[in-house]
Design a binder for this molecule. Structure first.
Ligand SMILES: [Zn+2]
Length: 85
């Protein structure tokens, strides 16, 4: 019985350290994450969706946002300035 308990504790520790390692690994990945260099439209710029021709939503150019500037809710699609040229 005592032996099983030790084995179980080792197993629990192993899972714990595995999770710890995975978390560290994920944190290391974040700073390397590539932020695409999209041309960002000036605030107040308005564009219509090329697909459904309704006004697009202009996203905020935040450091932690990796998507394109324009967003269309109805077709769930992102657009950059390059997509209009
Ligand atoms: Zn659309």
């Amino acid at each position: 019985m005592e032996e099983n308990l030790t084995e179980y504790s080792l197993y629990v520790y192993w899972i714990f350290y595995l999770n710890l390692f995975m978390n560290d690994h994920q944190n290391l990945d974040n700073p390397i994450k590539f932020k695409p260099d999209y041309t960002w439209p000036e605030e107040g710029t308005e564009r219509d969706c090329p697909r459904c021709e309704i006004p697009l939503q202009l996203n905020e150019n935040r450091k932690d946002y990796y998507g394109k500037p324009w967003w269309c809710g109805p077709c769930q699609w992102q657009f950059s300035e390059d997509d209009f040229s």
